[in-house]
Write a protein that binds this ligand. Structure first.
Ligand code: 9J3
Ligand code: ZN
Length: 261
């Protein structure tokens, strides 16, 4: 097709490839907990230096959790051609508002202070935010505060604030049908519904999923996460077919979106 994005990375996607890990081999580097503004973490990035630079995403953990619990989802996303920074928070007990501030501190770190191996592979102009549970609430905070972020993906987000009309950036919320910690009826769905200012938004709900699906390498969670970043961080319209019309699957108990994307 014409009008291809200069940021397309990896082979043309298929309905099978979007449900699998990507094609990029990965390297990783750890970031000290002594950095300013957040708690360090691990950056996963494609090893190649011959495929152009990659967009980035900061991924924040849930209440009491650490970055290590998100290694599989981080690697899943990175393998499709992204620099993924799974962060730790200053305290495991930090609330969503603080997690949002820390996500944005990690974005600044990724853009300006990361190792040369990361810096040579990252396109610092194309960064997304993500996180799980209270880190997903932090994702909403970060998205609400910084409209220069290219996209947001909130995994089973938890927040006491149920209304997010100020978010402007493309936002994907991934809920889990059987989540009893952040029930979709009182978290993900009102977050999605209230995000009336988002340029594009989608809500995907993993059938039979529980709150801790973000700590697994679930294929449909991976598909939704990767597809959103491909479309809005990479401007890769090869992935539009997986967003519009809305996907339908026995693995999804709900899906809502704005189309066209
Ligand atoms: O995984 C999470 O961040 C859980 C959110 C939560 O348990 O809130 C209750 C205080
Ligand atoms: Zn083409």
């Amino acid at each position: 097709a014409d009008a291809e994005s200069p940021y397309e990375r990896g082979p043309d996607p298929t309905s099978a490839s979007v449900l699998d890990n990507g094609t990029f081999s990965l390297s990783s580097t750890s970031v000290s907990s002594l950095v300013t503004g957040f708690g360090g973490g691990t950056i996963y990035y494609p090893t190649t230096t011959t495929a152009g630079t990659f967009g980035g995403v900061v991924l924040a953990p849930g209440f009491t959790a650490s970055s290590t619990s998100y290694a599989s989802v981080a690697r899943r996303v990175a393998s499709h051609g992204f620099v993924v920074f799974a962060i730790d928070t200053n305290s495991r007990y930090d609330q969503p508002e603080s997690r949002g501030t820390q996500i944005l501190a990690a974005v600044r770190y990724l853009k300006s202070s990361a190792s040369s191996a990361v810096a040579t592979r990252l396109d610092e102009s194309r960064i997304a935010v993500s996180g799980h549970s209270m880190g997903g609430g932090g994702t909403l905070e970060a998205a609400n505060q910084d409209s220069s972020i290219k996209a947001a993906v909130a995994l089973q987000p938890w927040h006491t604030d149920k209304t997010w009309p100020g978010i402007q950036i493309p936002t994907m919320i991934i809920g889990a049908e059987n989540d009893s910690v952040a029930p979709v009826a009182s978290h993900s769905i009102p977050f999605y519904t209230s995000a009336t200012g988002a340029r594009e938004k989608a809500y995907g709900e993993i059938n039979n999923g529980d709150h801790f699906i973000a700590n697994t390498d679930d294929d449909w969670q991976g598909r939704l996460f990767v597809t959103w970043l491909k479309r809005y961080v990479d401007e890769d319209t090869r992935y539009s077919q997986f967003l519009c019309p809305a996907p339908s699957s026995i693995y999804l108990s709900d899906y809502r979106n704005t189309c066209p994307d």
